[in-house]
Write a protein that binds this ligand. Structure first.
Ligand SMILES: Nc1nc2c(ncn2[C@@H]2O[C@H](COP(=O)(O)OP(=O)(O)OP(=O)(O)O)[C@@H](O)[C@H]2O)c(=O)[nH]1
Ligand SMILES: [Mg+2]
Length: 381
């Protein structure tokens, strides 16, 4: 082999190294790829494609980009708020503070339902109906479990195929990883950024598995529970209190042979709702039928949403709900911050296990233990 290290042969033809065992087959071969000369880093791009360099943006760039409705900058602004790096968080707070006066003008809708209820398919049909009627729609997912099973994000990409391509739609999957609290903060901030970018309907999708619903209902104006006939009341959270959170119920998959069963489920839901206390004075949560697959009933869901907002704006319920949500959220952030500081204190870490042991064995009262730990943690000074 006499090709020089920089000759073209080194790129194209595999060569046989010297150490090949005797009698070895053709599988032993190496291909040497020429390195990039120092100082000439190249960007690899398909011929004719535009090379996008990820330059660092300033707070002003983010703010102008979001207000200018640039979807790329909007995506990057959300990535920024999702970052856990301290430097990013400072910049994110600066950007958020500047965007806050431009937020708040959307209809915030939470949609929940058990896995397979048809949330993604419904949001696709609903979102397309909205963009067809001149609205701009942002869809955010909140699903801390998706980082474990990976199912929802993949599903959403497939199920929101049409909506994905609409110029007036923006779809953002759940930030991967992290606690529900962390994902919730990021989603709340993402709502504000989407509003500043001129989306007049923001949909937050969540899988109904318990705690998620409470979290989402505390960040939206209208909480919609998507149900299916025959899945069992227990499973759909009727007894878990999810229905108490609902401002509206939609029984999905009301198509084909399933229609009569859906009508029966609708009647049953109306009976249940009748006995519940409602969140908004003067508003009885309606139970509607829809088919995300055929689109039947979807425009009626939107009409109901508009009627709800007209009602809530007129009686001041929208404003008071948002005010309460903001204050509750502040308290939640205080608790989270104190908790983090407490458990990350080196003194607490050193002593926690031993003190837990004493409490477990009845040698130290829980209250004394708690006060002792709070005192050494430094958060009380
Ligand atoms: N017949 C019928 N099928 C539907 C309808 N809506 C959704 N489906 C089907 O139900 C299945 C689940 O729909 P998805 O939209 O993925 O449900 P999802 O609630 O987003 O599910 P997860 O993301 O797993 O929680 C898919 O096979 C859909 O095609 C509907 O209105 N009618
Ligand atoms: Mg889904």
């Amino acid at each position: 082999m006499n090709a020089s290290p920089h000759s073209p042969e080194h790129h194209s033809a595999p060569s046989r190294p010297d150490w090949v065992p005797e009698g070895a087959g053709t599988g032993f071969a190496t291909r040497v790829v020429q390195g990039t000369p120092r100082g000439e880093a190249q960007t690899i791009a398909a011929p004719g494609s535009k090379i996008i360099r990820r330059t660092r943006l300033t707070a002003d760039d983010y703010v102008k980009g979001v207000l200018g409705r640039d979807p790329t900058i909007l995506g990057r602004a959300i990535t920024l708020i999702e970052s856990n790096a301290t430097a990013h968080q400072q910049l994110a707070q600066e950007v958020l503070a500047a965007l806050l006066p431009h937020s708040g003008k959307s209809k915030r809708i939470g949609i929940t339902g058990i896995p397979g209820a048809g949330k993604s398919t419904f949001i696709e049909a609903f979102g397309c109906h909205l963009t067809d009627s001149g609205h701009r729609v942002a869809v955010l997912a909140i699903d801390p479990s998706s980082s474990i099973n990976g199912g929802s994000i993949l599903g959403d990409k497939v199920r929101m195929e049409k909506l994905c391509t609409r110029r007036d739609a923006f779809i953002r999957p759940s930030p991967s990883g992290g606690s529900l609290g962390g994902v919730a903060r990021k989603t709340r901030e993402a709502i504000l950024i989407c509003e500043a970018a001129g989306y007049d309907v923001v949909i937050v999708e969540t899988v109904g598995v318990g705690q998620n619903e409470v979290t989402v209902s505390s960040m939206v104006d209208l909480f919609l529970v998507l149900m299916i006939a025959g899945a069992g009341d227990e499973m759909q959270g009727i007894k878990k209190g999810v229905i108490e959170l609902a401002d509206a119920i939609v029984i999905n998959k009301a198509d084909g042979e399933n229609k009569p069963r859906c009508a029966a489920a609708q009647a049953e839901m109306k009976r249940v709702i009748h006995y519940l206390q409602h969140n908004v004075p003067g508003w009885t949560p309606p139970a509607l039928l829809a088919s995300a697959l055929t689109g039947e009933g979807v425009p009626q869901v939107w009409n109901m949403v508009e009627a709800y907002f007209t009602h809530c704006i007129a009686n001041g319920a929208l404003e008071s709900r948002r005010r309460e949500q903001a204050v509750d959220w502040m308290h939640a952030l205080i608790m989270e911050s104190l908790r983090t500081r407490f458990y990350s204190s080196p003194e607490v870490r050193n002593r926690l296990e031993a003190i837990e042991h004493q409490v477990a064995n009845g040698r130290l009262p829980a209250l004394s233990a708690a006060l002792q730990l709070i005192s050494v943690s430094g958060i009380a000074h």
